[in-house]
Design a binder for this molecule. Sequence first.
Ligand SMILES: [Cu+2]
Length: 105
Amino acid sequence: MFITRAATVLFSMGAAVMATPSQAETIHVAIDRLVYRPAEIEAKVGDEVEWVNRDALVHTATVKGGADVILPAKKSGRLVLQEAGSFDYFCRYHPNMKGRITVRP
Ligand SMILES: [Cu+2]
């Protein structure tokens, strides 16, 4: 009986460790001529967003009161999504640039 319980505990721990990293994804958003493409994305907590800036201008992906990712010209930047919710973001230098990330729990 003791052996059975120990085996069950070990099995559960293994499953918990394996579940999270294998499911996380990277979602790519391109910035092309002052537009986030696609402008709206869906993700889940633990996923990562990578913005690839194809413009020769500096941009940002900025959530009001939250994350601020600097995206230098012709470079990329990343953000791991740690919170569920719907987040509007914009570029600090070009406020007409707008995007939205919907993060599922
Ligand atoms: Cu910009």
